[in-house]
Design a protein around this ligand. Sequence first.
Ligand code: GLA
Length: 645
Amino acid sequence: MAGELPLSKLDLRSMETGWSHAKAGKSIDGNALTIGGKVYADGVGSHAESSFALQLDGKAREFTAAVGIDSEVGNKGSAEFVVMADGRELFRSGVMKGGQAAKEVKVPLGGVKLLELVVTEAGDGIDFDHADWADARIDFAGSAPVVMPIPKEEAVVLTPKPGPKPRLTGPRVFGARPGNPFQHRVTATGTKPMTFSASGLPAGLKIDPKTGLITGKLADKGEWRVEVAAKNSLGSVTRPLRIVGGDTISLTPPLGWNSWNCFAGAVTDGNIRDAARVMAESSLVDHGWCYVNIDDFWQVKPGSNDPTLQGPERDAEGNILTNKRFPDMKALTDYIHGLGLKAGLYSSPGPLTCGGCSGSFGHEEQDAASYAKWGFDYLKHDWCSYRPESEKDRAKPAPRLSVLDSITNDEKLKLMIPYATMRAALDRQPRDIHYSLCQYGMGNVSEWGDMVGGNSWRTTGDINDSWSSMAGIGFKQAGLEKYAKPGRWNDPDMLVVGHVGWGPALHPTKLTPNEQYTHISLWSLLASPLLIGCDLTKLDDFTVGLLTNDEVLEVNQDELGKQAGRISKDGNGEVWAKQMVDGSWAVGLFNRGTAPLQVSCDLSLLNIRGAAQVRDLWRQKNEAPASGKITRTIPRHGVALLRVK
Ligand code: GLA
């Protein structure tokens, strides 16, 4: 057989698209395919991020197409078209923008067995990326190309169940500011009841033998090497814990939960209590998870039709008030703290939050004081309605960090001021509050998040539970590793595993099992804050497995505080590595493509000569030693997470 097969004649249900679904002979919106004003009679309309895999027999001759952004979006949208053959790149369009004329694709296919047509969002998110493969056809000589269906994956729990003997988990370093209430929980897995103890604790701190909670106050700055112990009927175990009294907290990335990716604008006090209760009663707490964070919608929403959101925004003195869904914040944080957990809250430097609720502009001092008085341990401060011009409208200038005096770049200064203002207010509170900047990465926030005292800063827009969103964000973190260090973390947004949904109606994450392993592995390597985004009352075994693997969490929580960087990339295969405190490396071998792929890590890139010990972290199993390189076959959108020494 031989002939020309138009792409539009294939079963396009297996073409992945970041939005809507691929269309034969039409744009993604169903209009005539048009690029740069030129109309094409045939082709396929798709949307970034997209991929389509075809099996060939090695005898096909050529793939041709005209690619570009469909004119239906005007000059909006930007995407990149990539043609891959057996995992190698044959064609890359460069960034194509709305309005541009099409680029011709003409690539030989001799010997090729797997053809992948990929559209990436080109670095600015998928909005308006209406991507056309116009006049796309395959000239074949042997058997006709066959569409590779998106495979069904079984949700296999790889994490072994913890054993009955005590095993200490969680971070090995904890920072606190002297004089403020100290709260750190020593955690362990193993049969209960468990008894905890600690030797060498600094003056002012004590440990509760039943819960492992260390509380009290540090009198002074300093560093203490404490030995913590956990004991049950089957034995006991000890481990060092370094306590650092100083100005910096969150010496390892926070581990917790946030309400946004599940409940969003529908959140209630009851949801928060449920999350706290499940975190404390399920196994999560034994693996170090501790923050329970309320996102947007605890405040009043001016002008809302929803009676539960109506009411005065502030009292006569200007103190922020809660909406009717949150009747008593102090009672709520008491409940959370009573379970040995920590509580988080959300606001905006602007007058309104992203959801249109009351923000902190002009009330930073009062709001920081309210959060501290209520007992919050975490603040996410979300830019949204903030406008730099409004600084001149303040009744009196807000106190802010003097570090800004040295900034001469006006644009950067404008971005920094609102965050430095709240930082100064938080500094005056007698409480350790993790300060999370959220402004989606504007002005390369990683470069200055440290200067305004952020403990973490969002580097991207909002995540959702699609491969294109999660992978698009995760793999874009390459290069930011130089800014991460203890107490200062890049934040690629919250986790989208389990039941998510942004509203009252929830659904199981749309990420496949392998994509979920990629998500947790990558975020652990990135030393990102890990904030679970799902309804904890609907946890299933697979999700619990993803969130309770101590060897994976140890990659995230490593004391050195390094963030992984991309050390090599070959087509769809990427290798990311993170240096660990014991001299070993945590290594992720990723496959961003749709067909299984051999991915190799060249050990010389890690300065490893001779035989290396290799451990599979998800399975918690040693593998055969390797020398020269480590090669694994990685499934579609999957990962192997290894520790190499
Ligand atoms: C923004 C943030 C989200 C969430 C919402 C709340 O979109 O990026 O993480 O906090 O606001 O409205």
